[in-house]
Write a protein that binds this ligand. Structure first.
Ligand SMILES: Nc1ncnc2c1ncn2[C@@H]1O[C@H](COP(=O)(O)OP(=O)(O)OP(=O)(O)O)[C@@H](O)[C@H]1O
Ligand SMILES: [Mg+2]
Length: 355
C-alpha cells in the first residue's frame, strides 16, 4: 500500500516537473491539471485554469473545422498529433507540436493528456528561410526595376533636351514647351509610382493583428475613393451584415488591400460601372467579396495576376495584387480570383475569431 502510494507520487512528480508542457482534461475537455512547464509556456497557473475548458488556449487563426477534425481523429484512433498554434495568457501566439492521448481506467476513457512541445525556435528558423526566399524574389525584382526605369529615363532626358532647344529658340512656342513638360512629368510620375510600390513590397511592415470590425474598415474606405468614383460615375455598393464583424486584422494592411482592389476595378471600368463589396460569414470563416462589372480577366491571365510585375496596363507596375496577396496572407487569410467573366470577382477568406 505504502509502496503504491510512493509510486503514485513518483508519477505525479514526473508529470509535474516534466520539461514538456502537459495538460490533463476530462472527456469533455475541461482542464483537470497542468504541470509547471505548462505554466511556463502559456502563463496560466493551475488555479486559474482547472475547471475551465481548453478553449482558453485557442488561437484566433485556428478554425472550428480544424478542432472538429482533431476530435474526430481522437475519437476514432484514440490519439492525435500535429502542429497547432495556441494562445498564451497574454495573447501571444505560440506554435506547438501537440500530442493528445486518452487516459484509460478500467478499459474506459476517463480523460485526455496533451503534451505540448514549444516550436517557437524551429518556426523562427522556418520563417528565416522563407524570408531569404523572399529576398531572392526581391533581388529579381530589383533587376526588373532597373530595366523598367531605363525606358522612362531615356524618354525624360530626350524631352528635357527638346525643351531646352525650345527655350533657346527665338520662336518660343508655349504649347510645344507645355506638351514636352507634361510628357516629362508623366514619366516622373510613373517612376515615382514604380519605386514607391517596390519599396512597399520589399519593406513590407510587420503585421499587427488586433480585433477590428471588418465592416467599419470597409465602410471607411468609401471616403477615400468617393471623389474618384464620382468623377468616373462609378457606383460603389456595400453589402454588409447588420452586426459587427470582429476579426483579428491588421487594419492598415486591410485598408491597403481594399484600396488596391478598388483601384483595379476603377481602372477596368468605364463610366457608369459598378463595384460591389460584400461580407458574408459562416461558422468558420469570413468571406469578403470584391466584384465589378468591367471586362473581367482572360483565362490565360488569371494564373499570373498575383505575380509581382504582371500587368496588362500601359502604366501599371503589376505590384498591386502581389501586395494584396502578401498582406492577406500576413493576416492568415487567402485571396482568390473567381471566374466571373464578364466582370471580375475576387474573394478574400479570413479566419473568424474563434473565441
Ligand atoms: N478588377 C479587375 N478587372 C480586370 N482586370 C483586373 C482587375 N484586377 C486586376 N486585373 C488584372 O490583373 C493585372 C494585375 O493587377 P495588379 O493590381 O497586380 O497590377 P496593375 O493594376 O496592372 O498595376 P498596379 O496595381 O501596380 O498599378 C492587371 O494588369 C489587370 O490585367
Ligand atoms: Mg493594380
Amino acid at each position: 500500500m505504502n509502496n503504491s502510494k510512493h509510486s503514485v507520487s513518483i508519477f505525479y512528480n514526473a508529470f509535474l516537473y516534466s520539461t514538456d508542457a502537459i495538460i490533463l482534461t476530462d472527456t469533455k475537455g475541461t482542464i483537470t491539471d497542468i504541470n509547471k512547464a505548462f505554466t511556463k509556456l502559456f502563463g496560466w497557473e493551475p488555479e486559474e485554469v482547472i475547471g475551465k475548458t481548453t478553449k482558453i488556449l485557442r488561437s484566433p487563426g485556428t478554425s472550428n473545422e480544424f478542432y472538429e477534425t482533431m476530435w474526430q481523429s481522437i475519437n476514432k484512433h484514440g490519439k492525435w498529433k500535429g502542429e497547432i498554434t495556441n494562445k498564451h495568457k497574454n495573447g501571444t501566439l505560440i506554435p506547438v507540436l501537440l500530442s493528445i492521448t486518452p487516459i484509460v481506467e478500467n478499459k474506459r476513457i476517463i480523460g485526455y493528456m496533451g503534451i505540448d512541445i514549444d516550436m517557437t525556435e524551429s518556426k523562427k528558423l522556418q520563417e528565416q528561410m522563407a524570408r531569404s526566399e523572399r529576398f531572392a524574389t526581391i533581388g529579381q525584382m530589383a533587376a526588373k526595376i532597373a530595366h523598367e526605369i531605363r525606358n522612362p529615363l531615356s524618354s525624360i532626358s530626350l524631352n528635357a533636351e527638346l525643351l531646352g532647344d525650345e527655350i533657346q529658340s527665338l520662336s518660343f512656342d508655349k504649347n510645344e514647351a507645355d506638351s514636352l513638360l507634361k510628357s516629362i512629368m508623366n514619366e516622373v510620375d510613373r517612376l515615382a509610382k514604380l519605386t514607391n510600390e517596390y519599396l512597399q513590397f520589399s519593406r513590407m511592415p510587420a503585421t499587427v493583428l488586433n480585433k477590428h470590425d471588418l465592416k467599419k474598415v470597409v465602410s471607411n474606405i468609401k471616403l477615400f475613393v468617393e471623389k474618384e468614383l464620382k468623377s468616373k460615375k462609378i457606383s460603389l455598393q456595400l453589402d454588409l451584415p447588420p452586426e459587427p464583424v470582429i476579426l483579428y486584422l491588421d487594419k492598415d494592411k486591410m485598408k491597403q488591400v481594399l484600396l488596391n482592389m478598388i483601384r483595379n476595378s476603377i481602372e477596368s471600368l468605364n463610366n457608369n460601372g459598378f463595384i460591389n463589396i460584400s461580407i458574408k460569414q459562416n461558422q468558420i470563416e469570413t468571406h469578403l467579396l470584391v466584384s465589378d462589372n468591367g471586362p473581367g480577366i482572360e483565362k490565360e491571365d488569371q494564373q499570373k495576376i498575383f505575380e509581382p510585375f504582371y500587368t496588362t496596363k500601359k502604366v501599371g507596375t503589376g505590384l498591386g495584387l502581389a501586395i494584396c496577396k502578401q498582406m492577406v496572407e500576413d493576416q492568415n487569410g487567402s485571396i482568390h480570383f473567381l471566374n466571373n467573366k464578364p466582370g471580375a470577382q475576387f474573394l478574400i477568406i479570413l479566419p473568424n475569431d474563434s473565441n
